[in-house]
Design a protein around this ligand. Structure first.
Ligand code: URP
Ligand code: ZN
Ligand code: ZN
Length: 460
């Protein structure tokens, strides 16, 4: 007797689409075949539905201390939202506090997350203090299963590291099989442009985008690629927003460098026009929203495989937190984990831009390979965790505040209606969301250790 059988699904992996059934026992996938000749405690008929690997959202910031406040989704509410969006693993960013060590930060984040998470999670480490202690602890942290490090070229007063520090950390990370993620924006130029705009009384949300134009990001991506080249480290550009940056990454990858990039649902949905809306502050994130042309190039980058992943950069702030006297004081960030799959399916697969296999590559297979989670996560294979999502291709849902699950009092996607929606999310064999309702349990998620980045680069 099995725990669970899903019959008659259209099963989608990173390389195939086929009709079949899946059997689950003790949280693992045990059967994949046309039919399963056994009984189970629960059997569902998924005729007309798609069955995909549960998503790995490689970019979340739950209860993140940032810009003088804390993001409003904690590890409970944020992973409720994740589960309802078909996400079965998040990779959250632990933020090393000034003066703290990265090993202590790892313990802090485990203590915050473990009692609250409703789906599984892994961690990246944000290093803020470049010093001997933290440099030495990189090796220990990788042994603990935190194999990726985010470094900031932006946020001069808060998270910034200079090029020497970034190079030195890359140099250490590559020795022990880690991956460096970079926030690519030129901090000095942002400071310069923002100060000019503010001195002219230009305080509205649209000036956020003007203080961080596309080339500010492109320059930093170019520099990041060169730093990766000099150090020999693999490098991952997080939350890439521009077409030109995409071209730089492609050029680096064509030269044989292990450089990868991620984009986010908001860059695929909105343009800088949103900053002129009545609540323009709510769309403030960094890098900012760009042009229609950028958005089209990002979609194309995903379609043809130049951009490897879509992560949400989920960092919620409620309307009160977003309501600030000028753009430079607005905490940067928007929701995202719950909308990755609906946006990519509806606007990508539904519009004929993304093949189904590419959808799986960018949402689960590639992040699992890059962050060392494969084949436990990101695979529909016998022996892999039974992390699965059933998607109804005909279900239409408005991404309004009433339909989403984050601890936030508005939705930037209020006017967006998608067709194609997750209707069942399974985390290690347990149903954590069904028909838009969270059905999981607080604290049932587990920490997942990342494996080292392979010396032979993953073939993505
Ligand atoms: O606007 C953003 N992206 N906020 C979160 C912090 C970061 O840079 O990822
Ligand atoms: Zn960032
Ligand atoms: Zn982020």
């Amino acid at each position: 007797m099995l725990d669970f059988i899903i019959n008659n699904a259209k099963i989608v992996t990173e390389s195939q689409v086929f009709d079949g059934s899946i059997g689950i026992q003790d949280g693992k996938i045990t059967h994949i075949s046309k039919t399963i000749g056994e009984s189970a405690n629960r059997v569902i008929d998924a005729k007309g539905k798609l069955l995909l690997p549960g998503l790995i959202d490689g970019h979340t910031h739950m209860e993140m201390p940032f810009m003088g406040t804390v993001s409003s989704d904690d590890f409970y509410q944020g992973t409720v939202a994740a589960a309802c969006g078909g996400v079965t693993t998040i990779v959250d960013f632990a933020v090393q506090p000034r003066g703290g060590t990265i090993l202590d930060t790892y313990d802090m984040w485990r203590k915050k997350a473990d009692p609250k998470v409703c789906v599984d999670y892994a961690l990246h480490m944000i290093i803020r203090d470049f010093n001997e202690i933290n440099l030495k602890q990189i090796r220990n942290l990788i042994e603990e299963g935190v194999t990726s490090f985010k470094l900031f070229m932006a946020y001069k007063k808060e998270l910034y590291l200079d090029d020497g520090a970034i190079y030195s950390i890359m140099d250490e990370v590559v020795k022990y099989g880690g991956l460096v993620g970079l926030h690519c924006e030129n901090a000095d130029l942002i400071e310069c442009f923002a100060a000019r705009l503010l001195s002219e009384g230009k305080v509205e949300a649209e000036y956020h985008a003007k203080s961080r134009p596309s080339l500010v990001e492109v320059e930093a991506v170019q520099r990041g690629i060169r730093l990766a080249e000099m150090s020999g480290s693999p490098m991952y550009v997080v939350h890439m927003s521009t077409g030109l940056a995409r071209d730089e990454i492609k050029e680096g990858a064509d030269r044989g460098l292990p450089v990868y990039s991620e984009t986010c649902p908001h860059y695929l949905t909105f343009t800088a026009e949103a900053y002129r809306r009545p609540n323009g502050n709510r769309y403030i994130m960094s890098p900012p929203l760009r042009s229609d042309e950028d958005r089209a190039k990002l979609w194309l980058g995903l379609a043809n495989g130049f951009i490897k992943t879509v992560g949400s950069d989920h960092v919620c702030f409620n309307s009160q937190q977003k309501n600030q006297p000028d753009f430079s004081k607005v905490p940067n960030g928007v929701i995202g984990t719950e909308v990755i799959l609906p946006i990519l399916y509806s606007a990508g697969v539904g519009k004929g831009i993304l093949p189904l296999t590419r959808l799986v590559q960018v949402t689960s297979y590639n992040p699992s390979k890059l962050f060392g989670l494969y084949p436990k996560k990101g695979a529909i294979a016998v022996g892999s965790d039974a992390d699965l999502v059933v998607l109804d291709p005909n279900k239409s849902v408005r991404l309004s505040v009433d339909n989403l699950h984050s601890n936030i009092d508005y939705s930037i996607y209020e006017d967006v209606t998608v067709t194609g929606y997750p209707v069942l999310t399974i985390s290690r064999g347990e149903v954590v969301s069904e028909d838009g309702q969270f059905t999981g349990k607080k604290g049932k998620g587990q920490f997942v250790k990342g494996k080292q980045f392979p010396a032979k680069r993953p073939d993505l």
